[in-house]
Design a protein around this ligand. Structure first.
Ligand code: C2E
Ligand code: MG
Ligand code: MG
Ligand code: MG
Length: 288
């Protein structure tokens, strides 16, 4: 049954059922193995922070980076965050892991800022689960103090889903973050189910257009219209707008013409280890 999709399930009878349970078992085992290994991965120092440059079109230079987590598990190679972040959230590991990423990213960025006398901004993804931790703001404040990173050089990337959770705890946290001086970006914008009224209620500084809208630009008129609308909305609400997933020159050209200031994507660079980011940054900086 497995090798012929045309083969009808009813003709497979019992075998089909067997095939199905075997596959479920394999998946359950894989998941179990990830989960047990995740629990020790932080202590074993198997996580790495990669950095993907963000470019400002006005100066055609690197103005910042997004910190993206990587898990290098011995024997299994690099595991995608899309696969392990949801598990880390489920088992509660996202709290220590999220704090670790924040510390690493702030420390590294401040080192670059000092060495290169540059106003680099670091963006860190924050899971909704981390907002259930009432100590989050205190932790961010302490991390800024300890690393010396100025608050305006830290941007938190959140997703629309977060804004649909408990407003009573969320609004005060946003207020504290705003008072600290860190900025907030709405990641994967346009893919969630949040209503636009949240843009009014929450102090959002940046909209990050999801890469699914960027992908078909400039060929798909709907994507073009949506991207333009998001850029116009950001401008009207005094929010900066970033495009993610920029992969080719046509997209860069379209975004430049449409007034999108900040770009990120494989066209410029994939996420890279810290040492490689530094090389990119130095080259880009001196070419200015
Ligand atoms: P995200 O925050 O939306 O990050 C952007 C994703 O798009 C990254 O995938 C990045 O490698 C990928 N990307 C960048 N440029 C391009 C491009 O031009 N084309 C394509 N096709 N993809 C591009 P990655 O690194 O696999 O991360 C996936 C997701 O995992 C992230 O999506 C974020 O939601 C989550 N994640 C990663 N690191 C962390 C973290 O430290 N904490 C939390 N809570 N989530 C994280
Ligand atoms: Mg992000
Ligand atoms: Mg994103
Ligand atoms: Mg995404």
């Amino acid at each position: 049954c497995a090798d012929s999709a045309m083969y009808h399930a009813k003709e497979c009878g019992r075998n089909n059922y067997q095939f199905f349970t075997t596959e479920l078992n394999v998946r359950a085992q894989h998941r179990y193995s990830l989960e047990t290994n995740l629990r020790r991965a932080l202590a074993e120092q198997e996580f790495r922070v990669y950095y993907q440059p963000k470019l400002c079109l006005n100066h055609s230079s690197i103005v910042g980076a997004e910190a993206l987590l990587r898990w290098q598990m011995p024997g299994l190679g690099l595991i995608s965050p899309a696969e392990f972040i949801p598990i880390a959230e489920e088992i509660g590991l996202i709290l220590p892991l999220g704090r670790w990423v924040l510390e690493q990213a702030c420390q590294q960025t401040q080192r670059w800022r000092e060495q290169h006398h540059a106003d680099l901004v670091i963006s860190v993804n924050i899971s909704p689960k981390q907002f259930q931790d009432t100590g989050l703001c205190k932790f961010i404040q302490r991390t800024l103090q300890q690393t010396g990173l100025p608050a305006h050089a830290l941007q938190l990337e959140i997703t629309e889903g977060l804004l649909m959770t408990d407003l009573d705890t969320l609004l005060p946290m946003f207020e504290s973050l705003r008072q600290l001086g860190v900025s907030i970006s709405l990641d994967d914008f346009g893919t969630g189910f949040s209503s636009l009224s949240y843009l009014q209620r929450f102090p959002i500084d940046n909209l990050k257009i999801d890469r699914s809208f960027i992908h078909d630009i400039p060929h798909n008129p709907d994507s073009v219209a949506l991207a333009r609308a998001i850029i116009a909305m950001g401008q009207a609400l005094q929010m900066s707008v970033t495009a993610e997933g920029v992969e080719n020159r046509e997209q860069v050209q379209f975004l430049a013409e449409s007034g999108c200031q900040e770009l990120q994507g494989y066209y410029f660079s994939p996420p890279v280890p810290a040492s490689e980011f530094e090389t990119l940054f130095q080259r880009n900086w001196h070419n200015d």
